[in-house]
Unconditional design. Sequence first.
Lengths: 478, 486
Amino acid sequence: MQWETVVGLEVHVQLSTRSKIFSGASTAFGAEPNTQACEIDVALPGVLPVLNAAAVEKAVRFGLAVGATIERRSVFARKNYFYPDLPKGYQISQYELPIVQGGSVEILLADGVKSIRLTRAHLEEDAGKSLHEDFHGMSGIDLNRAGTPLLEVVSEPEMRGSAEAVVYAKTLHALVRWLGICDGNMQEGSFRMDANVSVRPVGEKPLGTRCEIKNLNSFRFLERAIEFEVARQIGVLQDGGRIRQETRLYDPDRDETRPMRSKEDAHDYRYFPDPDLLPLELAEDFLATIAAQMPELPVAKRERFVNQCALSVYDANLLTASRELADYFEQAAAGASGQLPKLIANWVTGALSARLNDEGIAIERARVSPQQLRGLVERIVDGAISGKTAREVFDAMWAGEGDADSIIERRGLRQISDAGALERIATEVIAANPQQAADYRAGKTKAFNSLVGQVMKATRGQANPQQAADVLRKQLAP
Amino acid sequence: MLESSLVELSAQLAARQCSSVELTQYFLDRIDALNPRLNAVITLDAERSLAGARQADARIAAGQAQPLTGIPLLHKDIFCAQGWRTTCASRMLANFVSPYDAHVIAQFDAAGTVNLGKTNMDEFAMGSSNETSWFGPVRNPWNADFVPGGSSGGSAAAVAARLVPAATGTDTGGSIRQPAAMCGVSGLKPTYGMVSRYGMIAFASSLDQAGPLAKSAHDLALMLNVMTGFDPRDSTSLERPSEDYTRELERPLTGLRIGLPKEFFADGVQADVARAIDAAIAEYRRLGAQTLEVSLPNMALSIPVYYVLAPAEASSNLARYDGVRYGYRAAEFSDLGAMYERTRAEGFGAEVRRRIMIGTYVLSHGYYDAYYIKAQKIRRLIAADFARAFSQCDVILGPTSPTTAFALGSRTADPIEMYLCDIYTIAVNLAGLPGVSIPAGFDAARLPVGLQLIGDYFSEARLLNVAHQYQRVTDWHRCSPPMSQD
């Protein structure tokens, strides 16, 4: 029996607004517990929610980026349940009428592009945190996170396996960072994934019973959890059993999924429209302003890099991993043509990225500016310096010694391409090494390399090696 | 000072005939003397009140007084006041000291009034007789064996007994108007959205509205001037140009069209009540108004609709009272679930628990459409009935309550019997319209009868005008219970 895996993802994206979705308290991560929870977040008697327009704006930006329908009228609903990290005893969310409907995300797989459709995306507030260690049989409740805006992005069950699910998750992650609506910091809980997993025999149309694996906060865990769950479900079905629809948690220490306590499954959330909030009505000019300010999206930028800069799809993909990286490249390659963009791309994805990685800094803090990098690559292309020397110049620029031209000048790194000088030196080297010259004329190519080496030595490495070779060859010709 | 209106007190203060401190002390002494019989006031802080009075006197001396500066007021214990115990008359909040001020409280502060204390009420505003309070029932000043009405029973009784010149209340299904009627004072519920609900402990969010209780329509207008105004912290607060609600008080009533809904004058009205209302109608005709019959055909459904929607919203609004962050927490429990169950079973009274159960039920899967959605649809029909009526008349008139006050304990056995008290007031909240109750006479047992006037949206100034003109030619609103003269 061949089995097909079916996965849909629900991702909770924390929107990077300064204050919470329904109160003015700060959303900054890492504060002392319960220092960023105002009376509204603590759900004192008598408080009321007021919608943060910035959260709406970010949700709309997402909807436009995925080609979704932006609902001109959406409604906030109360999702009622009791838990200590949910101060009001209900979560303000959206139920029947979410702000974003439909849309799709393109993912790049080994065998081509696949479009994953979205069901919807809606706004809601985050709950606080329950901390179980350090409290000896009790739980500590930190409400700093309560009220942080979330955009819950729900995909259709169109991923066929853990690999596709991971690519989708990474693409979505890159997109929300690209749009500037989420910082994507998964350790801080800015991007949390729930995976709905089911299996069915290949060729069958109806979906199998699914289980939901909640709260996965790394791509690695996402992959492992789906793999385990798929194996578990296949095992059950092959033994003649049936899958019980339930919510499960992934335990990374034991690399397995386990059911959550069954109480959580039996929830009737008694959704009803929140009477404290008016229906959200979006004016056309509000939407038009956001649309006008949308950045060029990764897919479009990739295509442009391939078409206009003659980059490979692979390179274009690397450069559009983040908006900051793409911006850097674009600034460095502005107005460049010919082989320049490709070379610049190599330097960005190569030496520059290596340096950033080594020092653990983001590209915004790179110590070589796009303009400086451009200057360096131009000197390589016009032959002023060799590739090897360029490395030295790059390091010097990184160390703050100025830009390429001044470093080349100051350190005397200019390649000698002056034909006359090279001719003279070649003549001298040939005269000083008559044995190698004779060996070369006799057909021993190794001797030639040695002569080139001598020319390089005589010019302290500053001869253009290609030119030096050409000049020698000419002079040695019978 | 006992019978002085807000206007008179304001003039006395301005003329230095008395000080805010004297006034405040005077009413504190009255509360001291009379409250034990009424149980209308549940929290006092004399030191704090007098400090506020001193500040008010300074403002008056500096020529910076506003119309109500220096006047002591009582506030229904549903309004959060910073540093004051705010209980909502529930064990659940018996020791809750609010860290912030409700918008209404802040507005009265800015106007320079003195916070004299917090009044008793039905627990979480759920009740029509002020018998569900954790702090014991309030007694009607006209007869201590009778209820004052609810849920703002404490505020109504306090004004009636002249413990304070005016007070605040809230009205979700009649909770300002009905106790005003039963205690022989004036009380107004404004158009929904005119007064901020921020800091007003929520019962039913789409129905709750704060309003004033006082001895006259003119005084209500002065209170309303302070209470209304846009508050960005309440998303249901309306932004409208500010109004002076006294501006139309003196407008003559010639040509006024008063609609008399036939549903308000059917069976079930106590004979004395009907007589008093008929007399009032005659009075209005003498003042130049015309009357005509109108109909509100879906009126009878207002009680079932209300008792689906209000408990539904309440069941959600009261979920935060769980013993985790503040308020009552059960002393003994074995785990989280038990903590929730015991805290809420012990912290809430029977009527509150009943309404939470009803509300949870009508929102639950399988019943939501049949109950909650159906009730919302009928609510639209009820609002449409009023709209149609207001195309034919300017104000609607009828009894506030089918009966005068009833004996304590006489309706507590059957909740439905209690719910029927609100038959004439509830529809007004469902439609979000403004309504006022003013005294219109007494029954044979010398218990007050209340007359209700209902206006179209934002017609408070006109409504108060119609009430005020009646009070110019009658004396009912000047009557005070015998015990207030003690």
